[in-house]
Design a protein around this ligand. Sequence first.
Ligand code: AMP
Ligand code: GLY
Length: 424
Amino acid sequence: MKILVIGGGGREHALCWKIAQSPAVTELHAFPGNAGIAEVARIPKLLDDLPETLCDYAERMHIDLTVVGPEKYLALGIADRFAEAGLPIFGVTAAAARLESSKAFAKQIMKEAGIPTARYAAVQDLDTGLRLIHSTAHYPLVLKADGLAEGKGVAIVEDAETAERELRELMGERFKDAGKEVIIEEFLSGEELSLLILTDGVSWRPFTFAQDHKRAGERDTGPNTGGMGSYAPVSIGTPSLLARCEERIIKPLLATLAKRGIPYRGILYIGLMIVNGEPFVLEYNVRFGDPETEALLYLLEDDLVPYLRAVANGSLGSLPALSWHPGASATVVLASGGYPGSYRRGLPITGLDAVDPAVTVFHAGTARDPNGRLIAIGGRVLMVTARGDTLAEATARATDNAARISWENSFFRRDIGHRDLRRP
Ligand code: AMP
Ligand code: GLY
């Protein structure tokens, strides 16, 4: 079977690494890929990454299954385009991708389905928003641009003055159409968890719970990033919590989407806030989480390919629950100095040859320079991933090995897993 993976981040490297181990796979292609993906997959030279171009390539190469990483391709309708051409794809339609590309749509669906989430108002114009901000006493509040904003469209504000400044910013020039509508919601206080499920719209198979570390600095300080590390499983992610997520979140969501005539075949990433032990949905993503996926696929015992295929053809109900290696896994992200702000590109990376062979380094923002040297070209660059009999062992192994790799001004967090490691 020939598989094409679309994307070029750490999550896609982890997907390629896992897919390449499947006995069912004869050829693995990826686009646009990165220096790490190039070691396990064939990266074609294509003029662009538009859905048409990728569809033509899949057709020409007789690809049996295309697996989509980033949400931008899904929001552009790549799955619809492939379906029209009769090509199997793992990834949701543009209509379903609105769960991520429009927060107002996601909130509306949750309201309709009775899914626990923060109370909110959606505002389409500045005056209505300002009136709301100045008439409420319920601070802190959370302001969110409706559309995709590369993680920069969320502001937590403590008072009306800051809220007004942020609302003007979100609805202003910088956010373009993404800020035409803004969600103003209640602040939920608790612990965040990531729940990823594979689903064909009828059946679902959950991954074990994972936890991301969004802030750039240790002890969760500094600015928000795409994620500086992850681990799985998470001790508060109990079978009882999963059962409540299935009853209150997954079943009503799939039923409501079906009622609206929106099929969902792909991965659903549920961003949860656990408030006094109960799950609330902060957001949905229609893609694998990054860096959660690296830790999760490292812990997954099963061949992923039959699951990807079953999601794409609607037969997931025939497959058993996913099975996991014992113990835990952890991912430590190495980033460029300055990230999530500006950073230098093109700096040579050293130390990869000193990494323990039992540890896997997934690549995100890497490339080869003309001399074949590995260079850092992104904010998040390498995801050092390890397993252990315990979380302490997995995080120590990932952290020790991350410390062997560096480039000018690179940095990483040494406290990945700190919440679980401190729990009695
Ligand atoms: P989102 O893109 O909606 O996941 O928001 C990004 C981040 O903002 C989340 O990962 C949370 O850390 C935080 N956040 C979003 N909504 C809320 C909320 N209602 N209460 C508290 N924190 C939130
Ligand atoms: N790790 C957060 C995300 O993938 O959105």
